[in-house]
Design a protein around this ligand. Structure first.
Ligand code: FAD
Length: 389
């Protein structure tokens, strides 16, 4: 019998296909070689070499990897989830770059775009030559995107866009922004190339979370776009919400990567650290903390894999994604904070990843539907009563 892997107590690995394990191995190797050695520095400075990173990630094929055609790898959903997990084991900011590029910006074009829009943008986005962002949230409309004010009005055959988007990942470094705006015809999506007159994307600074990720405001002042800048196939809020479900799925796996990295760090630290003349790992209180965390990590992996298999079978529902996002992010942040206690004072520095992960997970808890909103989705499924408003 094979030995039990301490970070895979339930032998979830054995439920993966060879191809899934191979893709995970490729992403993990890239992470160890090119990302992990630099990430604390990027976080500390609050700066990432986004362009270079996008090309590196494009080279290994993770950008839009679960999409078919247009230079995308066309993997299954589980492989995509595992890639998210390995990237988030480095930093949630790097996984955010990949989620926004592949599951929000590219997916919106892939799912709702014209053939011409797909040809123009997708191959270069898959290669990491172009970066995309996805602008839905506004200063006064987050959980309730129906309250958005950004609007698009016709001027002959052109569109004129006005409004402000807030908290937009990749915004300042994006070559193309997918912007959702109110029109006479309901909410529609528009492709806004960087450099369009009237469009700017100032970066949001002074963040304490996701510092290794670019977060921006998008300002649209009488931005004139041609008729063919609109995504023809997205009508109403179901357009952007469809994209969010894709990205949320990646987070169900991704958050567990951050949790695993914290747990690995805490176990190794506890074994090395001597307190009261014995190894910290030899105390029952420490072992109880570690055991509880390993149990949650294992359960989270089973949940993620189950949702991945449902997605690959075309059977995954929005409520099920809410269960996964709510549980796995909530448990991941609890694990990160508990691991921090095991590291004592060392836990508060960037020498170790635990508080960086915990701080990042504060954003992950809030974006892609806050944990409260996911609870309400599940509550509605249980009771038939919608409690959003
Ligand atoms: P609010 O909606 O104002 O919520 C505040 C609090 O009220 C939360 O606790 C919320 O759960 C709670 N609440 C809301 N409604 C209810 C209710 N009905 N009942 C009970 N409680 C409720 N957006 C994008 O469009 N694109 C991006 O790329 C993007 N990237 C982001 C990156 C980062 C680092 C962060 C932090 C955010 C990002 N977001 C992005 C925005 C994110 O999706 C929003 O922050 C999120 O939807 C929550 O909106 P809000 O911050 O306006 O909070």
């Amino acid at each position: 019998t094979s030995p039990v892997h301490p970070f895979d107590l339930l032998a979830v690995d054995g439920l993966l296909t060879d191809e899934e394990r191979e893709i995970r191995g490729t992403v993990r190797a890239l992470a160890d070689r090119e990302l992990r050695p630099h990430v604390a520095g990027w976080f500390e400075k609050g700066e990432i070499p986004a362009r270079e990173l996008a090309r590196t990630l494009g080279r290994v094929g993770v950008l839009g990897m679960h999409l078919e055609g247009y230079g995308c790898a066309g993997t299954n959903a589980v492989a995509y989830g595992l890639a998210c997990l390995e990237l988030e084991a480095v930093d949630s900011g790097l996984r955010s770059l990949v989620s926004v590029q592949g599951s929000l910006a590219m997916y919106a074009i892939w799912k709702y775009g014209s053939e011409e829009q797909k040809q123009r943008w997708l191959p270069k986005m898959a290669a990491g030559e172009y970066i995309g962002c996805f602008g839905l949230t506004e200063p006064d409309a987050g959980s309730d995107p129906g309250a958005m004010r950004t609007n698009a009005k016709r001027d002959g055959s052109d569109w004129i866009l006005n409004g402000t988007k807030m908290w937009i990942t990749n915004g300042s470094v994006a070559d193309v922004a997918v912007v959702w705006a109110r029109t006479e015809d309901g909410v529609r999506g528009f492709l806004v190339p960087a450099g369009t007159p009237g469009f700017s994307a100032p970066e949001i600074k002074m963040k304490l979370s996701l510092r290794a990720s670019v977060t921006s405001e998008l300002v649209l002042e009488d931005v004139r776009l041609p008729a063919d800048a609109m995504l023809p196939e997205a009508r109403g809020l179901s357009g952007p919400l469809g994209c969010l479900n894709e990205a949320r799925f990646g987070i169900v796996f991704g958050a567990l990567g951050a949790a695993r990295d914290c747990l690995e760090t805490a176990v190794s630290y506890a074994r090395d650290r001597t307190v009261f003349a014995r190894s910290l790992a030899s105390y029952q209180l420490t072992q109880q903390k570690l055991a509880d965390m390993a149990v949650e990590l294992g359960k989270g992996m089973l949940l993620a894999l189950h949702l991945g298999r449902l997605k690959d079978a075309g059977a995954l529902t929005a409520e099920q994604i809410s269960v996964g996002k709510l549980n796995n992010v909530r448990e991941a942040i609890a694990i990160a904070r508990e691991c921090r206690t095991i590291l004592g004072a060392n836990g508060i520095t960037l020498e170790y990843p635990v508080l960086r992960h915990a701080n990042n997970l504060e954003s992950v808890l809030t974006y892609e539907g806050t944990s409260e909103v996911h609870s309400l989705v599940i509550g509605k499924a249980l009771t038939g009563e919608q409690a959003f408003r």
